[in-house]
Design a protein around this ligand. Structure first.
Ligand code: GLU
Length: 410
């Protein structure tokens, strides 16, 4: 099953519950628009290299298209298509006034110099700029991109269309970015977890946690969980899993990776192989890296009774089906990792109003929006006797359908 077929699988489950017509299913299982552009760059050795870039706009029914731009070697049209659709359901579920989109360039940023990356960011953005706009499509960071990438992109757009801070979110604060945006996805994961434990009347601080991926999302999730008192027993990156059954010192690991060092070289004693993190003995597993990491080959080895999808689509439909049958609870991506796009929305409104929010206000409103979305999921989960993923998709799809009906599309 391709990545795009996987995201359609979850959409079609919701479509069945909502009794959508075949025409409506066709409308929403395909993106509205797909753009594939060449990104030709003069490399440092003076040779021209052509990279492939994409921007897929899935649905604009609820507002401007919204979603990140990924710089990663595995980026292709199929992946971007799947991730664009996920954004549509995510923005609808958390009720921010956006549609869904995603973009990416197929590159390995670790092999490129800073100035090559800058050229790629600027050229890619210029080449897709005719379908973007502050009220049309607003990109943001994703894997392999960060606030510096957004600054270059904003600048290249401004050169052509005039100063437009609201054209991207996830910018540096000095260029109109929002307080709290960098930490928002990881922080949001912890808000959702806290709220879930409250809902279940259980104590989160007694849980042991393993986190796959120690980038912007995994690292902040680890930091806030350990500050809450949870035992973060394992974290991993591309090089290794670091394990300590008594709980890792997250601050020292954060310092260790600050200069780009890999986890395999840290001072912890127990260094295991990269994928060991998924099958360790722990209460909560948080995949916070790429898609499809929990699949038919490894779902049976997972010991955690709760999985929180901090990454987008880390569990394939096959693994999802078997894990749910076995009773493993899954907090789905479109809820668990929505903190990033929620604070993107706050950033966009601040850019339009040219009025700045404090970190306290950002975090308070973020917590309220995530808790409201989680509560909506808990209600549907109970009413319809479905999983939390099915509940989350049900709500997201229903809101998009309502907008399409009111606009007269269906
Ligand atoms: N890339 C993030 C996501 O997958 C954030 C998107 C945004 O802020 O627009 O949700």
């Amino acid at each position: 099953m391709s990545f795009a077929e996987s995201s359609n699988y979850f959409f079609k489950q919701a479509a069945k519950l909502l009794e959508l017509s075949e025409d409506t299913i066709t409308l929403l299982s395909q993106p509205y628009r797909e753009l594939h552009v060449q990104v030709p760059i003069k490399m440092q050795n003076n040779k021209t290299k052509v990279f492939q870039g994409y921007r897929v706009q899935h649905s604009g029914a609820r507002g401007p298209y919204k979603g990140g731009i990924r710089f990663h070697p595995e980026v292709d049209l199929d992946e971007v298509r799947a991730l664009a659709q996920l954004m549509t359901w995510k923005t609808a579920l958390v009720n921010v006034p956006f549609g869904g989109a995603k973009g990416g360039v197929s590159i390995d940023p670790s092999t490129l110099s800073e100035s090559e990356l800058e050229d790629i960011a600027r050229t890619y953005f210029q080449n897709i700029s005719h379908i973007l706009g502050v009220k049309r499509d607003v990109p943001a960071p994703d894997m392999g991109t960060n606030e510096q990438t957004m600054a270059w992109m904003m600048d290249s757009y401004g050169a052509k269309f005039g100063h437009s801070p609201g054209i991207v979110t996830g910018k540096p604060i000095a260029l109109g970015g929002s307080e709290g945006r960098t930490a928002a996805t990881g922080y949001g994961v912890v808000i959702v977890l806290k709220h879930y434990f409250q809902h279940m009347a259980q104590d989160l601080t007694k849980q042991s946690v393993a986190i796959q991926g120690f980038g912007n999302v995994g690292m902040y999730a680890a930091k806030y969980l350990s500050e809450l008192g949870c035992k973060v027993v394992a974290v991993s990156d591309v090089s290794a899993t670091v394990y300590n059954e008594n709980g890792l010192d997250i601050k020292s690991l954060e310092n260790h990776i600050a200069d780009g060092s890999l986890l395999k070289d840290c001072s912890e004693k127990n260094i295991l192989d990269r994928d060991a993190v998924l099958s360790l003995n722990c209460d909560i597993l948080i995949p916070a890296a790429i898609g499809g990491v929990i699949n038919s080959s490894n779902w049976e080895n997972i010991q955690a009774s709760l999985i929180v999808e901090a990454a987008n689509a880390p569990i394939t439909p096959f693994a999802d089906y078997h894990l749910q049958n076995r009773g493993t609870v899954i907090l789905p991506d479109i809820l668990a990792n929505a903190g990033g796009v929620i604070v993107s929305y706050f950033e966009w409104t601040q850019n339009i109003q040219q009025h700045w929010w404090s970190l306290e206000r950002v975090n308070q409103e973020l917590e309220k929006m995530l808790n409201d979305a989680a509560n909506d999921c808990f209600v549907i989960q109970k009413d319809k006797n479905v999983s939390l993923r099915e509940a989350a998709y049900f709500i997201g799809v229903q809101r998009v359908i309502e907008a399409l009906e009111l606009r007269g599309f269906i």
